[in-house]
Design a protein around this ligand. Structure first.
Ligand code: HEM
Ligand code: HEM
Length: 184
């Protein structure tokens, strides 16, 4: 039985960044997946798309900050009881894949809009285009972004499921380490 108050956790900044990213990613998906409730070209649909772009760009910024803090900070706290070496390697590879997703998806989305010749707005502020106008490239990038979105469902769904399995089945401290500590 684990004494939850004695579990070594991730630093609070990393915990906050993790759950903030979680909320932003869910919202970015929701705004894009439900854009079709509004007619094409309507203000509602344009708002949903603009929200998707701004949230996605915020995810990119937060992820770069998070990686910097992670690489400059202490190693992740140990899990108890410890997973086998292959599980630890698989988890590391899974996390690298998620970081790549969080960086590549916004960059590809940003490049898609740039290639489309559309202005790219971050909460109303125009940011530079990543590439020049090119309709063929924009179509390819959009396809790539769409495939990335589907991969994200599998990657993040698997990640969340495994965290819950660690907690509920293996009964180890994997998930508790990523939860803020309650005040005594
Ligand atoms: C982690 C961040 C992001 C995720 C998970 C994500 C995910 C998605 C998903 C699931 C779709 C719908 C694909 C479909 O049609 O089935 C989509 C569409 C799109 N996203 Fe993103 N995206 C992200 C960031 C961005 C950013 C930062 C931009 C641009 C600045 C962007 C631009 C676009 C564009 C242009 C489309 C197509 C819109 C349309 O069909 O009207 N995305 N994205
Ligand atoms: C959009 C959704 C999510 C994203 C983008 C995400 C991203 C990440 C990333 C990048 C890490 C690696 C942290 C590090 O640098 O060490 C991580 C760790 C973790 N995440 Fe998530 N996560 C998401 C959702 C969830 C959910 C829903 C749960 C729980 C049900 C969860 C539980 C955990 C746990 C327990 C860890 C620590 C795992 C370990 O150190 O082995 N995550 N997450």
């Amino acid at each position: 039985m684990t004494n939850a108050t004695a579990v070594p956790r991730y630093p609070l900044t990393m915990i906050r960044l993790h759950w903030l990213t979680f909320v932003l990613v869910v919202l970015a998906y929701v705004f894009m997946e439900f854009r079709e409730i509004f007619d094409r070209g309507s203000p509602g649909r344009e708002f949903m798309k603009a929200a998707h772009y701004s949230l996605g760009l915020a995810i990119l910024g937060l992820t770069l900050v998070r990686l910097f803090i992670k690489l400059a900070g202490p190693a992740a706290p140990a899990i108890s009881p410890p997973p086998t070496p292959w599980q630890q390697t698989a988890a590391k590879l899974g996390h690298i894949a998620i970081y790549m997703f969080l960086i590549a998806m916004p960059l590809v989305g940003w490049a898609t809009l740039s290639a489309e010749g559309d202005p790219v707005l971050f909460f109303g502020l125009e940011i530079p285009a990543l590439v020049g106008p090119d309709k063929v490239l924009s179509g390819k990038l959009e396809e790539f972004h769409e495939i990335g979105g589907t991969i994200g469902y599998v990657l993040l769904g698997g990640h969340a499921l495994l965290s819950i399995i660690h907690h509920a089945v293996f009964k180890d401290t994997t998930l508790i380490r990523m939860m803020p500590q309650r005040r005594a």
